[in-house]
Ligand binder design. Structure first.
Ligand code: SF4
Length: 251
């Protein structure tokens, strides 16, 4: 039976390039030491933003003081005033096509999907309903018809982050009802404390283009029993179970 898989914003680059990656089950990942340290830093940033003031650090967290100060300083310099949503999770469901009244107007990207905020149920503890895409924005600032989405990163820069930002921007645009979204991946070096960023701005055309890629993927998945593999640079780290290309690259 044809079904749509459960996807996440953070793996957008992989499933947008390879429909089979979206289709196959994934092996469970185990958080390594770097991910555990990164999660702790995220919690400190989240706590400071929610409290809207400096937080007293435990002795074990004192190593984070400079990165944390620099991150909050970046935020006060860059982020506009507005409604703050910290660690906001979203659930987006693609409709598999554009649903408009024929002849009324050109299809809009909002006709192809729906998205809602999820109540906090724990860190990335999603309901995991088939056919949905889940994502958590570390920080969303809604300011009238604009929103700024921010994702703190403690690892290396990657092109894949741009795709993740686009999916988060689409989620925020639909769920918060805004027309323009600025999206930033903010890289925090936990050793030096240096903060750099990668920022994209998405207008209606950009949102339409990214929604189109998701519509196209959902149509392909609904029409075919099993999509063809599209091997590329992500195969080596691909968590999909049962792909013949994966077996080839691991040989
Ligand atoms: S190993 Fe490569 S071809 Fe196979 S599912 Fe993953 S990304 Fe696609």
């Amino acid at each position: 039976m044809t079904k749509l898989p459960i996807l996440t914003a953070s793996s957008t680059e992989e499933w947008i390039n390879c429909a089979l990656r979206a289709w196959l089950p994934s092996e469970a990942s185990v958080a390594g030491p770097a991910a555990i340290v990164g999660t702790r830093f995220h919690k400190l940033v989240e706590g400071a933003i929610a409290a809207q003031q400096w937080v007293t650090l435990d002795p074990l967290d004192e190593c984070f003081e400079t990165p944390l100060r620099n991150t909050l300083e970046w935020m006060s310099r860059t982020v506009p005033q507005g409604t703050l949503l910290v660690e906001q999770a979203y659930e987006l469901w693609p409709l598999g096509g554009y649903y408009t009244v024929p002849g009324q107007r050109e299809p809009h990207w909002r006709d192809a999907m729906s998205c809602r905020r999820l109540d906090k149920v724990g860190h990335r503890d999603y309901p995991n309903v088939e056919g949905r895409i889940y994502g958590t924005a570390d920080l969303v600032v809604v300011d009238g018809t604009m929103a700024h989405v921010i994702d703190w990163k403690t690892g290396k820069r990657s092109d894949a982050h741009t795709s993740q930002l686009k999916t988060l921007a689409l989620m925020v645009a639909e769920a918060e009802g805004v027309g323009h979204v600025k999206a930033s991946a903010v890289y925090v070096n936990l050793q030096s404390g240096k903060v750099t960023e990668q920022t994209i701005v998405l207008d209606q055309f950009d949102l339409h283009m990214h929604a189109g890629a998701i519509v196209s993927l959902s149509k392909r998945l609904l029409q075919k029993e099993t999509p063809d593999p599209n091997p590329g640079k992500y195969c080596f780290f691909c968590p999909a179970v049962g792909c013949p290309e994966k077996l080839r690259t691991n040989r």
